[in-house]
Design a protein around this ligand. Structure first.
Ligand SMILES: NC(=O)c1ccc[n+]([C@@H]2O[C@H](COP(=O)([O-])OP(=O)(O)OC[C@H]3O[C@@H](n4cnc5c(N)ncnc54)[C@H](OP(=O)(O)O)[C@@H]3O)[C@@H](O)[C@H]2O)c1
Length: 344
């Protein structure tokens, strides 16, 4: 990664070069934004000190312009979900000290119209939770769970990427609904975590193939609902193991994000979609923006009732943002990966 002298109070992370195709720290540059880029606030604006930066797998798509969201442009700041605290306000809706979430550039401070930010619904909770289990990733589990999963007591559910931000929430929701829940993840530590979260069993896909892991856990049973975070070989192994009229929810396909087109996994078992009358639902959580506030309220209640445990991995320091983003694709997080860059 390019070494540039940085003014600690004005750090920013720029998107420097496209991955080829594996994302590395060289894709980013840490620098300082000009002091005069933050002007005196206009009426209706707030100045927010950024405290937490969310790094998410979907951002990998933004790097090669295939994203369903806003793309990152070379030489411009990376953007994404973040949390912060209001340090100056010319808005009637925000007071100095309010903790907020928003979407914006990876930099130390952001001056913007107040409507770019949302006050945390519970100021006593850690802001990082609103980037994870109580925020976009939590909603990405909760909303498709309600809309597509049709999970009922006694169902068999399989979740891949199960120890991550979205998967760990989906698995717990399925367990709360009375299902038998199996997961896959990439380390023995994560398998232990999944069992602590209530998963009935889990497979380390780096030690046994997805097909072998599923056969061992299922013991002849079939899957009623599969929540797919990884795609590729795991998704292919699931098709023949689905029950008649089973549901597959396609959340993400992280195993394919850093591959060249010619190296992407070619699915072989799709004929089971027909023979087993499967339904597949893909979704992009931002399409349900109007439902997220209620979903977050529901998730807060589940946490307060002890029925849901949001797991997070917090890394400290803006200097570590590029490294932490890359680490997502090396499986170094348990639950939601967040970088804390300042105190709230
Ligand atoms: N559709 C939507 O609106 C939406 C919204 C949010 C997220 N998503 C998708 O949901 C999935 C999970 O996102 P998240 O935010 O919860 O991330 P996450 O699971 O917290 O973090 C990424 C995890 O993916 C796993 N992984 C990395 N490379 C892999 C590979 N080659 N094969 C298999 N697993 C790999 C790693 O865990 P292991 O150690 O287990 O490998 C890593 O910890 C992603 O595919 C993401 O794009 C979709």
């Amino acid at each position: 990664m390019a070494e540039v002298k940085v003014d600690e109070s004005r750090w920013q992370i720029l998107y420097k070069q496209a991955p080829e195709p594996m994302v590395t720290e060289d894709c980013f540059e840490i620098s300082s934004y000009p002091a005069d880029s933050i002007k005196a606030l206009e009426d209706g604006q707030v100045l927010v000190k950024v405290t937490h930066i969310s790094v998410d797998p979907y951002m990998r798509g933004r790097m090669n312009k295939t994203s369903y969201g806003q793309v990152w442009n070379i030489g411009q700041p990376c953007t994404g979900g973040l949390a912060g605290v209001v340090v100056e306000s010319k808005s009637n809706d925000f007071a100095v000290g309010d903790k907020v979430t928003g979407f914006g550039p990876w930099r130390a401070q952001i001056a913007a119209p107040a409507q770019y930010f949302k006050k945390l619904p519970d100021q006593s909770l850690s802001p990082s939770l609103f980037l994870g289990g109580l925020g976009m990733p939590g909603n990405s589990a909760y909303l498709p769970f309600k809309k597509f999963s049709k999970i009922k007591a006694g169902d068999v559910v399989f979740v891949s990427g199960a120890a991550g931000a979205v998967g760990s929430i989906f698995g717990q929701l399925a367990k709360n609904a009375g299902a038998t829940v199996y997961g896959s993840a990439g380390s023995d530590d994560k398998i232990t975590l999944l069992k602590e979260l209530g998963f009935d069993d889990a497979t380390n896909y780096k030690k046994e193939s997805p097909a072998d892991g599923l056969d061992r856990m299922l013991g002849g049973k079939k899957i009623d609902c599969y929540f797919d975070n990884v795609g590729g070989e795991t998704l292919d192994a699931v098709f023949p193991r689905m029950n008649l009229h089973g549901r597959i929810i396609c959340c993400g396909m992280i195993s394919q994000y850093n591959l060249k087109a010619e190296d992407k996994y070619g699915l072989k078992n799709v004929s089971h979609i027909v023979s087993s009358r499967l339904s597949l639902n893909g979704f992009i959580v931002s399409d349900w923006a109007s439902e997220m506030e209620q979903a977050t309220t529901d998730l807060i209640e589940l946490v307060a009732a002890g029925k849901l445990r949001p797991v997070e991995t917090i890394v400290e320091g803006y200097q570590n943002i590029p490294k932490t983003f890359v680490a997502l694709f090396q499986g170094e997080n348990k639950g939601k990966m967040v970088v804390k860059v300042a105190d709230s």
